[in-house]
Design a protein around this ligand. Structure first.
Ligand SMILES: [Zn+2]
Length: 167
């Protein structure tokens, strides 16, 4: 059973996460792309819910176009819902530089990296954005499959960088 505080932090270190990067960080010092354990909340039943940043673009220097980010959100939602145990939610960052991922368990950096790579590879091979019809999306016109594929390929080319938040 997990306990809040130091024990949970120790577990996350063992899972490959840099717990010095928890909570608020200086956005001038980060180097995109990266995966970051941003928050962790232990519950009374021994479980934990984790919030991750998947930073795709360099803060205050680049942005992901809204249509591209929207398509990313759909691909991550559908694929991770299907294949990643404990997956709760993906949401675009308001600053348009990445996605938040919420997972209701501990997950190692390696496992989240490979789950993300599976989604990115799937995107590159896809011929349509999932759930992008007027029946299934609130702004079906705001998608960009070609743009999303280009960003996905760029991220895959830099996947070794996902491990490091700051240089
Ligand atoms: Zn949508």
């Amino acid at each position: 059973m997990l306990e809040a505080g130091a024990d949970l932090r120790t577990i996350q270190v063992l899972q490959g996460w840099d717990t010095d990067m928890l909570c608020d960080i200086d956005h001038r010092l980060v180097v995109a792309p990266y995966l970051r354990l941003a928050e962790q909340k232990a519950n009374d039943h021994g479980g934990v819910t984790c919030v991750f940043d998947f930073r795709m673009a360099q803060p205050n220097q680049e942005t992901i176009l809204p249509a591209v980010l929207h398509s990313f959100e759909h691909f991550f939602l559908v694929q991770m819902r299907k294949s990643l145990e404990g997956f709760v939610l993906v949401a675009p960052m308001g600053c348009q530089t990445g996605l938040y991922l919420v997972i209701a368990r501990e997950i190692s950096l390696d496992e989240l990296m490979s789950a993300s790579a599976v989604v990115l590879r799937h995107m590159i091979e896809s011929h349509s954005v999932p759930l992008s019809t007027v029946e299934t999306c609130g702004q079906a016109a705001l998608h960009d499959l070609a743009g999303a594929k280009a960003v996905a390929q760029k991220l895959l080319n830099n996947i070794d960088k996902f491990r490091t938040v700051m240089s």
